[in-house]
Design a protein around this ligand. Sequence first.
Ligand code: ATP
Ligand code: MG
Length: 564
Amino acid sequence: MSEQAGASNFIRDIVAADHTSGKHGGRAVMRFPPEPNGYLHIGHAKSICLNFGLARDIPGGICHLRFDDTNPTTENPEYVQAIQDDIRWLGFDWKGKIFFTSDYFEQLYDFAVRLIHKGEAYVDHLTAEEMRAYRGTLTQPGENSPSRSRAIDENLDLFQRMRSGEFADGTYVLRAKIDMASANINLRDPVLYRIRHTTHYRTGNKWCLYPAYDYAHPLSDAIEGITHSICTLEFEDHRPLYDWVVEQAETPHRPQQIEFARLNLTSTVMSKRKLLELVEKKLVNGWDDPRLPSIKGLRRRGYTPEAIRTFCDHIGVAKRDAIVEMQLLEHFIREDLNKRSPRVMAVLRPIKIILDNYPDAQSEELEAVNNPEDPSAGMRKVPFSRILYIEQDDFREDPPKQFFRLAPGREVRLRYAYIIKCVGVTKDPQTGEITEIHCTYDPTTKSGASQEQRKVKATIHWVSEAHAVKAEVRLYSPLLVTDPAKIPPEHDWTSYLNPNSLERMTNCLVEPSLRQTAHGMRYQFERLGYFCTDLDSTSDLLIFNRTVSLKDAWAKVEKAQPAR
Ligand code: ATP
Ligand code: MG
């Protein structure tokens, strides 16, 4: 990956200043803490670029990968593996520092016993419903639970029996003893441990007692010696609890929590819960469906890690939530692919052209430039012959005013080839549909030949019938028909899915150089966009995904609203 340092932002400033001042003993230790309950998405990429990027750019910086696996019902090893693959693919490395919260269960239990000893935690038997009633509201203080005054010895005994499996789920919880009247509801004696008789994917049936996120997370940070625990804004109100937990547990390290705004994108969904729903209800074809903003989906669609990193760097890190236009992400992949993709010709909706004056048995190899942005990419040969295909869109029998492509009596240039002129059409006598377009070619106009440059208004792409390879091309449109923020919460969000988000074009033709393609290879199909070879592609049936169209919708959006 490029070793260019990330763009500056307020979190970088804090970590760099602390590093210089020696606040955490001169250490800078970050962590990326995914819960293995789904695949990563582009929002996680923002957090990965931030945390691993800091570790990369600050001398001696480290970023741990920690699986925050405290919920036995939703987590599994498939996700653990996929998350590691995705981080590596994005170009980052935890350098052996891989951890699991489930490895700390014993230590976390010991910390809880310490809190009970100190009179800072107690076992409660209120039902979830009663607990809600005692908690109070934003305007009303809560009330102390009758268990709050339980003796320390009794708490210790009950907590031990909770662990040993004596009690059923939901009968007892361990709570922090903080302040039921606090203005911050998170401090009204939050639950630290729940009983759950469920098998955990790593610890099996060893535990039936599982720690709450707000308890396990700060202590895991402290155990690992994390200096800066960077999380999204919804945890801002939890920070006093975070600080309380590490202080009461008297851990040697005191990590510091810093919040930033999560990434939201228009016209798609981002939460793992919703992505899982799409996958489980088979509304998409798995976690790597190219319509999804999952890392696996973007990768299959043809996104590069470089483009995702540049995007994350560009959007920056702020303290205020915002929604980023999908077109901005598309802008960065387009820029990256423009530099790296070889140009090829493919016809998605073919219509036949017959060159009446081109000899039947003849064909020739024309010189084509692989990438005008990259002279080192060289040239290739494209075969040309009497029968060709062009896009249906590039011909109009009755052309409107602004249409400059092929039409009866009109001339266009065939890319890398000759100027042709339409001299007539053949129609199906039944349907009246055009089946063939008859043209003549002008042999004096071969591309690259340096004689008189005749002016034509359009250059169009084509493939030769005798040489082209059949292919399927998959075009993608936004997953949702509206922005997620505009969906009323009482509506079923899946009813806003775009029914046309996937369009499979099964009659496409591509130039013969693509016969040798391999999964994941990227191209610009001239005039059509950037494409990559899909995982389903075989030598019998080539399949390509459109990563992004050529048209820069972002440039338009930006023009319309210059102040971002
Ligand atoms: P989701 O809400 O999508 O289910 P999550 O926050 O539950 O995601 P975690 O596995 O807990 O997912 O996230 C791991 C890390 O990634 C956390 O530090 C979280 O703050 C960060 N993260 C998750 N979503 C985003 C986002 N949209 N933008 C930035 N960071 C994110
Ligand atoms: Mg989470």
